[in-house]
Design a protein around this ligand. Structure first.
Ligand SMILES: *Cc1c(COP(=O)(O)O)cnc(C)c1O
Length: 248
C-alpha cells in the first residue's frame, strides 16, 4: 500500500474557506476599529485535534502560520504536512515540558509558551544542538499573577518564574531570539481588563527589550479585544476549524 499524502475532502475545504473568510473579516474589522494597519496582525490557525489534511488545505487558502499545543500531536503532524510538500510556520503555543524541548525545536519556528528560566535554558540547549538557525521564543506572561498557573510573573523577582529573569535567559541564548510576549486571558476575567493589563506589562517589557515586539494574544472568543490592546498575533482555533470534540 502506498501512503496517501495528507489532503482534505472538498466539502471540508469549503468549510475551512468559509471559516477563514469569517475570521479574516473579524480581524480586518477589529483592526479598522482600533485604527491599526491590518498588516500588523498575523493570524495563527490553531489546528490541535484536527488532521494534517486540514493544515494542508488551510495552506492552500493562504494560511502561512499554524499553532499546536502538544508535542505528541504536533511532531507527527508537522512531518505529515512536510511530506505533502507544504511548509507553514509552526507555532508551539502549549505548556511545554523540558523533556520535550529537543523534539519541539526540530519542527517549530516559534515557541510562545516559555514561562521559566529552566525551560528557557532547556530550549536554548536543544536549539543549539537541533537547529541551524535561531528559534523565535516568546515569554508567556501571567495576567493575574497567580503562580499556581502557567505564565512568567511580572513584577516578581523570582529567579525561575519572574518575567525579567525568563526574558534575560532567552535574550542571552545564542540559539534563541527573544521575540516578545504571549498571554491567555484568565478564566473569569473580562477580555478588556485582561488585555489592558497585558498591554501595560508589554509596554514596561519593551523598555528593556525594544526589539521584542511580538504580542501573542486573543483567541476565537476575544480576538477583537486583543487587537484593540496591541496583539500582533492572534491564535484562532474553533472559529476557523469548528468546535473541538474534547477540551484541550
Ligand atoms: C487552543 C488554543 C487557542 C485557540 O483557542 P480557540 O478558542 O479554539 O480559538 C489559542 N491559544 C492557546 C494557547 C490554545 O491552547
Amino acid at each position: 500500500m502506498t501512503e496517501q499524502p495528507a489532503t482534505a475532502r472538498p466539502d471540508r475545504r469549503a468549510e475551512l474557506a468559509a471559516g477563514l473568510a469569517r475570521v479574516r473579516v473579524r480581524i480586518a474589522d477589529a483592526c479598522a476599529d482600533a485604527g491599526r494597519d491590518r498588516a500588523e496582525v498575523t493570524m495563527i490557525a490553531v489546528t490541535k485535534t484536527y488532521p494534517a489534511g486540514d493544515v494542508v488545505a488551510l495552506a492552500g487558502l493562504g494560511v502561512a502560520d499554524v499553532g499546536e499545543n502538544r508535542d505528541q500531536e504536533a511532531a507527527p503532524k508537522a512531518a505529515e504536512v512536510a511530506a505533502a510538500g507544504v511548509r507553514p510556520r509552526w507555532h508551539f503555543i502549549g505548556q511545554l515540558q523540558r523533556n520535550k524541548a529537543r523534539s519541539v525545536v526540530r519542527y517549530a519556528d516559534v515557541v510562545h509558551s516559555v514561562d521559566s528560566v529552566r525551560l528557557a535554558r532547556a530550549l536554548g540547549t536543544a536549539a543549539e544542538a537541533g537547529r541551524d538557525r535561531p528559534l523565535d521564543a516568546l515569554v508567556q506572561v501571567s495576567i493575574d499573577g497567580d503562580p499556581a498557573r502557567g505564565g512568567a510573573l511580572p513584577d516578581s523577582a523570582d529567579p525561575d518564574r519572574g518575567l525579567g529573569p525568563v526574558a534575560e535567559a532567552l535574550a542571552g541564548a545564542g540559539s534563541l531570539r527573544l521575540a516578545g510576549l504571549m498571554a491567555v486571558a484568565p478564566l473569569g476575567w473580562e477580555p478588556e481588563r485582561a488585555f489592558a493589563r497585558l498591554a501595560e506589562v508589554a509596554a514596561g517589557f519593551r523598555q528593556t527589550h525594544p526589539e521584542a515586539t511580538a504580542l501573542s494574544a486573543g483567541m476565537s472568543g476575544d480576538l477583537e479585544a486583543a487587537i484593540r490592546y496591541g496583539a500582533t498575533h492572534v491564535r484562532v482555533g474553533s472559529a476557523l476549524l469548528g468546535m473541538r470534540p474534547t477540551l484541550r
